[in-house]
Structures are given as C-alpha cells and as structure tokens.
Design a protein around this ligand. Sequence first.
Ligand code: KIV
Ligand code: NA
Length: 271
Amino acid sequence: MRRLTVPAIQRRKGGEPIVMLTAYTARMAQLLDAHCDMLLVGDSLGQVIYGLPSTLSVTLDMMIAHGAAVVRGSYHAVVVIDMPFGSYEASPQAAFASAARVMAETGAAAVKLEGGEAMAETVAFLTRRGIPVVGHVGLTPQAVNALGGYGARGKSEAEQAKILADAKAIADAGAFALVVEGVVEPLAQAITAAVACPVIGIGASADCDGQVLVTEDMLGLFDRTARFVKKYDDMAGRISAAVETYADEVRSRAFPGSDQLYPAEVAKTQT
Ligand code: KIV
Ligand code: NA
C-alpha cells in the first residue's frame, strides 16, 4: 500500500468520507495507519500526553519530535502536523520558517494551522512555496483566551457569517483541506457546501467530507467528555483492571510464574 498523497485527499471532496485520527507516537501510528486516510499530530498532545492545561505552551520542538515518530510509524496515511501556538502567527515569513523545519525534520506531508481571514495570506504564502496546508476554523483551541472557553461556535447569525467567511478565505488561499471544529451543525453543512476543498469535521456534521477525533478520546483513554467525543472503547477502565491484577499478583507472589523465569542451565559437567 503506497502512501496516500495530498492531491488524492483533495479529490475526495464530496466522495468517500475521509477517515482521520490523531497520533502522537510511532506505535499508535502503526496501529491506526491501515484504517486511516490521514493521521494528525495534533497539538492536543499538550493536554493528552503532557498534562498541560491548554495547547498554548506546546513547542515546535515537541511537534517535530512527535511528528517524526508518527511518520516513522506509518506508511499509508497522509501525516499532518499541527503548527503550535506562537510558531506561525506573526508573519507569513515566520510561518514559513517554522513550517519548513516541520517538513524537513519530520518527513510529514503537510502542516495544519488555526485561524480564518487573518491567516489567509499565510496559507497562500506556504502553499505557493510547496508546503501543503490544512486549515482549522470554528472552535480553535489556541484562541481559548479570546473565545472565553471551548464551547460550540456559531450560535449567533453574526458568528456564523464570520466563521463561514473564515472558512472561505482559508480555502480560497489554497488550503487542501479544512478542519471545522465545534460548530452548530447547519454552519458545518454550509461550509462543506461552500468550499472547494474537503471539510473534515469534529463536532460538526456527518455531512462533512470526513471526520477527525482525538484517538485517546475515542478509545476512552483520556478523561475529556466533550459532546462530540464518541467513546468506542473504555481503555482507561481496561488499563486499571490490568494494573490492579498485576499489583495483586506481585503482592501475592503469583507473578512472576515459571513461564516468565529463566530455568537454571543444565549442568555441563554431567557424565
Ligand atoms: O490538536 C488536535 O488534536 C486537533 C484536532 C482536534 C482537530 O487539532
Ligand atoms: Na490542534
């Protein structure tokens, strides 16, 4: 199975839904790769694996380290790496310098950045210089301080018009796909109908051109309870049960058993 390409993803507009999940490690990438069209090395790794309170203190070096691991662990999916807060907003030139490091040091196919009309020039600047970009509008977690929280967006007509204009600006600037997060469903449907690139929803609509979730959320491994998370497993519960059994067996000396031990070598002096 050859690795999918950015143009192959672009051609999926209005077609078979795009399957995307986050991955932060090589092992998780190996497990997800065959089932996914795209793997996102999300800056959600700040909360999910570093225990940070938001994505704001995630660094470019963190994204590059995890991005390279995910590229090494996959051979089929298009790997997209989030540009962390502070690495791209100041200017198109600053964004290019950061994104070029991500591309060169990880081998990923694309970067993703948050923002609407204010980021359109940057999206065009990167795209024209050979760096494919995924946009991200609606609930943009790096803007949590400006938005005042992680609630759904687009609840007023004015906000819907603003987010639709943001989506169009990013798509027109050349983004090859667009993540739409945490918006009222009619707005997600309107964006999907209005832009030429595939729209990948999270808390958006089944009518989007694809879906993305944080893998640890959908596996029931991270303790987040956003409405848009569907738990396909209870891995936290299963890990607790396994570790409880291990602890009991250590304390009762049932572990290690003979299968886990090296038997004494047969004496070589036998005659
Ligand atoms: O960081 C992330 O995981 C994301 C997805 C939720 C889209 O940006
Ligand atoms: Na993100």
